[in-house]
Design a protein around this ligand. Structure first.
Ligand SMILES: Cc1cc2nc3c(=O)[nH]c(=O)nc-3n(C[C@H](O)[C@H](O)[C@H](O)COP(=O)(O)OP(=O)(O)OC[C@H]3O[C@@H](n4cnc5c(N)ncnc54)[C@H](O)[C@@H]3O)c2cc1C
Length: 486
């Protein structure tokens, strides 16, 4: 080992799930390759986890950010298994695996077999009161309309109105898909968010025909069921993942209260200089920016103006989560589901609400219920411009009308998530491709996080893993050119 090798350091900027995964995987790479590598994680705030935050007291467990992740994307489960957390994972409860959509102020069950924007059978379509007869007839036209031949990107609104009609967009696709991305369907990219529906149109000529086909092919669930359900969480909340990752990092490798202001690359050595608000500059062989893209863009202003601009052009939406603890007797609705979504055309303050203590076991004391309401998003930013007390009051008014909530909740908390959800607008994939191309001019720099190839926790984990593999390659000098967007 020579002196230069001995000084190799990778700095990860951002201590959310992406940055923590990156730091953890880098430590593993260092061990695997026997690299004399120091990993340093710089986090602006006083805590780790970013958007993920769990509040626990006695028998109460509130998720102030995400409350679960998709089991079908393998990277989340695999990380948990690597961390020895498999026994801590819990699926959603099996008692009430349905959700509701609001129509004319009433909660109507989403029929079995519906998937995000389309029905899986005639029976499901004909029986549901979610759509008018006119709306259903328009949806059925999808079976005979010609398929689109152009391969250019289009918005969710364009796709759904073209195939299934306006009512399917307003009553189903907007609240279901908009709910996932807190997005405006007029701008949301089909290619970047819902490519499976584009494949359905391409392969079957019709979304509904593809759905019917899928439904017929679906194997009846094995008696034991899948190991985990569609979504998983942790017995003691999402913070478990954050705390376990942090516990695997040497304490000196994490610096809290360290906002990074700017990066600079020294032309002769290609080493990075990281300027922080609270301490002298840190040097590094390589850097992983595990941040929302606007923050990453601001930090890179002096490194590559075109890259900085491209990153800042990806918009983010704000939202807020209101957790409410109520006594069971205060809520008239049977709460026989996981929660509900609210179409924007209903003109409510709420965009969705989870019945958290029904969805997951062990979230609220006996005879109490925990509700988790969402406000804001790209379609209703004005809701968040009000004082917190007014937001809470509006949520209560909606829950009184929709769930028959009576009186004042036993406890209530509001958590803001400013500019936390990336908006994958039409053309997003090309935007990310051009960011990747610009990044090639910055050896030893990686970008990871929710702004590129997926917004969910497993996507962020995957993005961190791709980025750190590329950085490990860079460090061992194998493939300096592979450094790319994670
Ligand atoms: C309200 C909400 C609910 C969600 N629910 C789910 C869900 O149920 N399931 C799911 O899979 N996904 C969900 N998501 C998406 C998912 O939670 C996020 O995409 C993911 O947590 C983002 O993680 P991250 O580490 O990339 O970014 P963040 O969590 O934003 O972390 C970035 C970190 O970087 C730090 N930082 C910022 N600037 C600097 C700087 N200059 N210097 C140093 N540090 C800096 C921040 O303080 C922060 O800690 C949800 C998102 C939101 C907003």
């Amino acid at each position: 080992m020579d002196a230069a090798e001995a000084q190799q350091r990778i700095v990860v900027i951002g201590g959310g799930i992406t940055g923590l995964t990156a730091a953890y995987r880098l430590q593993q790479h260092a061990k695997a390759y026997s690299l004399p590598l120091e990993v340093l994680l710089l986090e602006a705030s006083g805590r780790l986890g970013g958007t993920i935050a769990t509040y626990c007291q006695d028998d109460l467990l509130l998720e102030q950010g995400p409350d679960c992740f998709l089991a079908a994307k393998p990277w989340g489960i695999r990380l948990c298994e690597d961390l020895g957390l498999a026994d801590e994972l819990i699926g959603t409860t099996t008692a009430h695996r349905q959700s509701f959509i609001v129509r004319a102020g009433r909660l109507l069950p989403v029929p079995q077999g519906f998937y995000l924007m389309a029905p899986g059978s005639w029976r499901a379509l004909l029986a549901t009161p979610i759509f008018s007869w006119r709306g259903k007839a328009r949806m059925a036209l999808d079976l005979v309309l010609p398929r689109r031949t152009s391969t250019t990107d289009e918005s969710l609104a364009q796709f759904v109105t073209r195939r299934l009609g306006r009512e399917a967009l307003e009553r189903l696709a907007q609240p279901m898909i908009g709910g996932i991305y807190t997005a405006d369907p007029q701008y949301l990219s089909m290619q970047a968010t819902m490519p499976q529906f584009l494949d359905m149109e391409r392969q079957h000529g019709s979304v509904m025909r593809a759905m019917f086909h899928k439904q017929r092919q679906a194997a009846p669930e094995a008696a034991s069921g899948p190991r985990y359900g569609l979504f998983v969480s942790f017995r003691r909340g999402m913070q478990t993942l954050v705390e376990t990752l942090a516990a695997h990092l040497p304490p000196a490798s994490v610096r809290l209260h360290t906002p990074v202001l700017a990066l600079q690359q020294q032309p002769e050595t290609q080493r990075w200089l990281i300027h922080c608000a609270t301490q002298p500059p840190v040097t590094a062989t390589a850097v992983c920016l595990a941040l929302p893209t606007p923050q990453a863009g601001r930090i890179l202003r002096g490194v590559q103006p075109a890259l900085s601009t491209a990153l800042q052009e990806i918009p983010y939406a704000s939202s807020a989560i209101v957790n409410l603890v109520c006594s069971r007797a205060q809520v008239a609705h049977p709460l026989n589901g996981m929660g509900f979504v609210v179409p924007a055309v209903e003109q409510r303050s709420l965009i969705a609400c989870s019945f958290s203590s029904v969805k997951f076991a062990g979230r609220a004391p006996q005879e109490q219920v925990l509700l988790r309401a969402f406000v804001g998003g790209a379609l209703q930013p004005e809701q968040l411009a009000r004082p917190d007390a007014n937001i809470q009051r509006a949520v209560l008014d909606d829950l009184r009308a929709l769930l028959g909530l009576r009186g004042t909740p036993l406890a209530m908390s509001l958590t803001h998530h400013p500019e936390a959800m990336p908006q994958y607008h039409v053309g997003h994939r090309e935007r990310v491709a051009s960011i990747t191309a610009l990044l090639a001019a910055c050896p030893g720099l990686c970008l990871a996080g929710n702004g590129y190839h997926g917004v969910g926790i497993p996507d962020c984990i995957h993005s961190a893993e791709n980025a750190t593999e590329a950085l490990a390659d860079y460090i061992v000098g194998k493939t300096a050119r592979r450094v790319a967007v994670g």
